[in-house]
Design a protein around this ligand. Structure first.
Ligand code: PLP
Length: 396
């Protein structure tokens, strides 16, 4: 039989999805499973986006421009400018999700065996995109005691080699919920300029910040124009994960010309989804206000309830809708599987994402899980109650 590629063999499994078969077994037994493991929001997609697709009168579902609809890029630029981000239409290429934007960013800036430094824990698919691009991830560890703040900049310095091409951050962070301060962004800006590296910022959760904390974009740092590459997406902003629309943004003309070649090779982003995404930009501010209030309340409930459990430690998220919780157990992977396979509280159980999959250093975060607060408040309360009881039984 012909052999599978090395690259294919090295592709990591998703830490979020690998427990799915056990969840299916639990459901077959008739158990209700609360999904704390996955970032699929239960928030309704804005009507304006759905109606635009319903009302579209298309006779030929043709390719669009490889950079995306001109009208969409124009409106997106206005949207960014409204958020004080000086982004022009030419600085934007529409992609099939933020996922493809990440692939274009890596493809445009990194060669095989080049190194990218990423603070961990990080969005697990960065591992997959890096393997797919032949790029080596060099993790720099952040920890729960500092709420997953930016590691000291000297830690980055120590890891920079002649192979280092970029630093990648996620802001606000999935899975940490950490939001970088202006000072932290400035430190990153200084180090990439000093060593001539790209700074790639995944800002797909930009709107989701709490407690009056403000998001600081890398697109707002003057002097960083040739270094900064921003990744964006409609998936979470408008609860449109299935649309598969995102974009890559940079003021660096060479980066954009290169990314455009990748965009041309895959022809175009999806047409109906661009219609929905363009219309979504008309979503009233009141929608975001309501959604953010809802997430903040969910976060508060989740963190408060978790803190009531003996031995549990949580880093309070300032943004996005995830948190990392340290549990009084040795192996979260085993615990997560056990929750699905062997445990129920009155016919109900929870599914969590073991955090080890969000680290690329081995044997780190083994006692941590990532929890997404994308469920209704009463379900979150129920879920933590199940978790508390489960810990009691598991640790007996
Ligand atoms: C941090 C981060 N970046 C990128 C993505 C990719 O999203 P999409 O391809 O749906 O835009 C996700 C999805 O969960 C994410 O959490």
């Amino acid at each position: 039989m012909p052999k599978i590629s090395q690259k294919g063999t090295s592709m990591p499994e998703s830490p979020i999805r690998k427990l799915v078969p056990y969840a299916e077994i639990a459901k077959k037994k008739g158990h209700k499973v609360y999904h704390l493991n996955i970032g699929q929001p239960d928030i309704k997609t804005p009507d304006v986006a759905l109606n635009a697709v319903k009302n579209a009168n298309i006779e030929i579902l043709e390719y669009s421009h490889s950079a995306g609809f001109d009208s969409y890029r124009e409106k997106l630029s206005a949207y960014y400018k409204n958020q004080n981000l000086p982004i022009n239409k030419e600085d934007i290429i529409i992609t099939t999700g933020g996922s493809e934007a990440l692939l274009f960013a890596l493809g445009s800036t990194m060669d095989v065996n080049d190194e990218i430094i990423i603070p961990e824990p990080f969005y697990a698919n960065y591992n997959g995109f890096s393997v797919a691009s032949g790029v080596k991830v060099v993790p720099v560890i952040s920890n729960i005691d500092s709420g997953f703040a930016l590691p000291p900049i000297e830690d980055f310095e120590k890891l920079i080699t002649s192979k280092t091409k970029a630093i990648l951050i996620c802001n606000p962070g999935n899975p940490t919920g950490y939001l970088y301060s202006q000072d932290e962004i400035n430190q990153l800006a200084a180090i990439v300029k000093k060593h001539d590296l790209f700074l790639i910022a995944d800002e797909v959760y930009r709107e989701f910040t709490y407690d009056g904390f403000k998001h600081h974009s890398i697109m707002n740092v003057s002097g960083l124009e040739n270094y900064a590459i921003m990744i964006d997406s409609v998936s979470k902003r408008f609860s449109m994960c299935g649309a598969r629309i995102g974009c890559i943004v940079s003021k660096n003309k060479e980066v954009m010309a290169t990314a455009m070649k990748f965009a041309q090779a895959r022809l175009s982003p999806p047409t109906y989804a661009q219609i929905a995404s363009e219309a979504a930009l008309e979503t009233p501010q009141s929608y975001f206000d309501e959604v953010i209030t809802e997430y903040k309340e969910r976060r508060d409930i989740l963190v408060n309830e978790l803190n009531k459990i003996d031995g549990v430690k949580v880093a309070v998220p300032k943004g996005a809708f995830y948190c990392i919780a340290k549990l009084p157990i040795k192996n979260a992977n085993d615990f997560a599987q056990w929750l699905l396979e062997k445990f129920d509280l009155n016919g109900e159980t929870v599914m969590v994402a073991p955090a080890a999959g969000f680290y690329s250093s081995p044997n780190v975060g083994l006692d941590e899980v990532r929890i997404a607060y994308v469920l209704k408040k009463e379900d979150l309360i129920k879920s933590v109650e199940i978790l508390r009881e489960a810990l009691n039984v598991y640790n007996k």
